[in-house]
Design a protein around this ligand. Structure first.
Ligand SMILES: NC(=O)c1ccc[n+]([C@@H]2O[C@H](COP(=O)([O-])OP(=O)(O)OC[C@H]3O[C@@H](n4cnc5c(N)ncnc54)[C@H](OP(=O)(O)O)[C@@H]3O)[C@@H](O)[C@H]2O)c1
Ligand SMILES: *[C@@H]1O[C@H](CO)[C@@H](O)[C@H](O)[C@H]1NC(C)=O
Ligand SMILES: *[C@@H]1O[C@H](CO)[C@@H](O)[C@H](O)[C@H]1NC(C)=O
Ligand SMILES: CC(=O)N[C@H]1CO[C@H](CO)[C@@H](O)[C@@H]1O
Length: 354
């Protein structure tokens, strides 16, 4: 790729497993592409020696960002002239704990009116809505990944397998029903195409994919079909993995019915059927049988006492479906039970601290 004469400035907020991996696949100062990171707990390690990556796909290497910031405020006070072209959010999506859109506001404002593209690489559905409300003029790139990656020590990220990242614009969630939304969708499409092109050419990520707005939402809902059924069930079933659940007849019946709720609901919400090529519940369960050792991150978070991505994986799908007059009763039950279990756990933790 010929180096662009104008520098491309990219800022990642959330230097976890996903953020560090995808950031490292864009950074290329020789091609005038400058990637910086906002860290939190591992600021010191990353600021002093960069991010060490152990990857299945690209071998081992060190990623030295253009700049490392200790907080969003720190980054905002040192914004490049004209702000960032892309502000990429790769924190866990926890709208019940923090409003990411409020957090990143100083970064978006540094770019001036509606300039920076906001890129969300997060699980779940409905993650774009708070950003769309707060930043009505900025293009939004919505992205889903199926990577398996983890932070194994301070500043060291291991990618175990997979690289796929699917990107699509987000205007109003429906591909731009008004002329203002349509204009935003067009700018979003441009940002999607530019970013996917960078991941492919600079980062050698062959399965970086560009989708239309509605098609990307279909990808999100299809992923929810797996995550909204398996993850909360793994916790509520007493901490067992996906494969074990899929082999238990009662749990299998439950999982299949949960997935079918999503399969029925999503086309009504998005106004478009799931493409035939997407795996159906029975096939998903079949391939889950073989994936022994697979533990959903929601279960890992529950076991380590961290907040779970409950709202974006369960709460939002249930609420968005209701807005379209579609009920998902099994998912609603899972949501209510797990949310209560989390609340009880937090209350006990508070008591223990007194
Ligand atoms: N890991 C995977 O294999 C995988 C696969 C597919 C999808 N995903 C999705 O990708 C998203 C990110 O997951 P992840 O596994 O990368 O999570 P993670 O390793 O926990 O990383 C999140 C990072 O964001 C940081 N952070 C949170 N709030 C921040 C703030 N206000 N300012 C600065 N930094 C902040 C955290 O810092 P602290 O360490 O200080 O908390 C942490 O480094 C999630 O939505 C997840 O579901 C992950
Ligand atoms: C990467 O580093 C890990 C840990 O040190 C090591 O086990 C692995 O063999 C290395 N991979 C390559 C391709 O060098
Ligand atoms: C979503 O499902 C995949 C596949 O089972 C799993 O690897 C991932 O950890 C799940 N995400 C969450 C947030 O549990
Ligand atoms: C952002 C970050 O680094 N988080 C990790 C920091 O390193 C410790 C281990 O040293 C991990 O437990 C954190 O998840």
């Amino acid at each position: 790729m010929a180096a662009p004469t104008k520098p491309i400035q990219i800022l990642f907020v959330g230097a976890g497993a996903v953020g560090c991996f995808y950031a490292s696949r864009l950074h290329s100062p020789a091609q005038n592409i400058h990637v910086s990171l906002v860290c939190r707990s591992n600021y010191t390690a990353i600021a002093s020696s960069g991010v060490h990556l152990q990857t299945h796909s690209f071998g081992n290497y060190t990623f030295t960002p253009s700049a490392v910031y200790s907080s969003i405020a720190d980054a905002a006070s040192k914004a490049p002239e004209g702000g960032w072209d892309y502000i990429v959010v790769t924190t866990k999506a926890l709208p019940d704990v923090t409003d990411d859109s409020e957090d990143i506001a100083p970064l978006v404002e540094a770019g001036g009116d509606g300039k920076s593209a906001i890129v969300l690489i997060q699980n779940g559905v409905g993650v774009e809505e708070p950003h769309r409300k707060r930043f009505p003029k900025n293009p939004i790139v919505s992205a889903v990944t199926i990577i398996s990656a983890e932070q194994i020590s301070q500043g060291t990220v291991r990618q175990n397998r997979w690289t796929r990242i699917s990107c699509g614009a987000y205007s109003d969630g429906l591909g731009g029903k008004t002329s203002a939304a349509l204009a935003l969708c067009k700018r979003g499409d441009e940002a999607v195409n530019a970013l996917v092109n960078l991941w492919k050419t600079v980062g050698d990520i062959k399965d970086a994919e560009a989708y239309s707005e509605v098609d990307l939402q279909i990808v999100r809902w299809h992923k929810i079909c797996i995550n909204a059924s398996m993850n909360p069930s793994a916790v509520l079933a007493g901490g067992i993995g996906n494969s074990e659940m899929s082999l238990d007849p009662d749990l299998r019946e439950h999982l299949k019915a949960c997935m079918e709720e999503v399969f029925d609901a999503a086309p009504k919400i998005l106004g478009k059927p799931f493409p035939e090529k997407l795996a159906k519940p029975e096939l998903i369960l079949k391939s889950t049988e073989r994936n022994t050792g697979g533990r959903p991150s929601m279960l890992v978070d529950w076991e380590s006492g961290r907040p779970m991505e409950l709202e974006v994986i369960l709460g939002n799908p249930v609420r968005i479906a209701k807005r379209h007059a579609v009920e998902m009763p099994r998912l609603q039950s899972l949501y209510a039970l797990l949310k209560s279990a989390q609340r009880q756990r937090e209350a006990k933790k508070k008591l223990a601290k007194l």
